[in-house]
Design a binder for this molecule. Structure first.
Ligand SMILES: [Zn+2]
Ligand SMILES: [Zn+2]
Length: 220
């Protein structure tokens, strides 16, 4: 079961779309919830997400992107419209966000919905609060120019998108990618977190900071 109960916060992980992207719904005891990287592409995937929200009586407060690659935002328009919420991204990733339709076209992926509202931008100096859930925004560019990770200190986890993976790191051959910058982001921001921090990745299995420090071949 892809479900973790961490103190008062629930982290639910879904794996969606042909890129096997991980989408997260994080909710608290009062059923307030945030969706991170809604990659639900097919109608069935959107329904799976909606059903979970309905079944758990969640009140969606906002959508956050770690970064705006297509696989992390196929479902954003659906969520934003259905739940009438704001989308937040990092300012530096606006260029990635704005190229969504063009990139879908390049990949030959038809999109159901393309009308997305103008996003709001994080102020990374301030923690991002969703009801009583507090996320520190770590600016970790390299995989994309405005990539961020969401660190919840109280519950000891980070949602890190396509930055650090189990035994791997994000690719840097896409527009705006930079390998040296990615390595610095990981070493200076992510590896500074406590070793037992649970890392939720944008693709594949969860890991921990300690495990990647010890065994990740790209960080030795
Ligand atoms: Zn990506
Ligand atoms: Zn991805």
């Amino acid at each position: 079961m892809n479900f973790q109960s961490l103190k008062m916060i629930k982290v639910k992980k879904f794996t969606f779309n042909p890129f096997s992207e991980n989408t997260f719904i994080i909710s608290n005891k009062s059923c307030k919830a945030v969706i991170i990287d809604p990659g639900c592409y097919y109608k069935g995937e959107q329904k799976e997400l909606d059903d979970y929200i309905l079944k758990n009586k969640l009140e969606i407060q906002c959508v956050l992107h770690t970064h705006s690659h297509l696989d992390h935002m196929f479902g954003t328009a659906h969520i934003v419209e259905k739940y009438d919420v704001k989308l937040w991204i990092h300012r530096e990733d606006k260029i990635t966000y704005n190229s969504f339709e063009k990139v879908c076209e390049l990949y030959g992926i038809p999109i159901y919905k393309s009308s997305i509202q103008t996003p709001s931008f994080f102020e990374i100096q301030k923690p991002f609060e969703v009801d009583d859930m507090i996320f520190q925004i770590l600016f970790v560019p390299g995989h994309s120019p405005g990539h961020v990770a969401f660190y919840n200190k109280e519950n000891n986890f980070v949602i890190n998108g396509d930055c650090l993976f189990e035994n791997s790191i994000g690719r840097t051959d896409l527009p705006g990618g930079n390998h040296a910058q990615l390595i610095s982001s990981i070493k200076d921001k992510l590896l500074k977190l406590p070793d037992d921090t649970l890392v939720y990745t944008g693709h594949g299995n969860n890991t921990t900071i300690g495990a990647e420090k010890r065994g990740n071949p790209f960080l030795q």
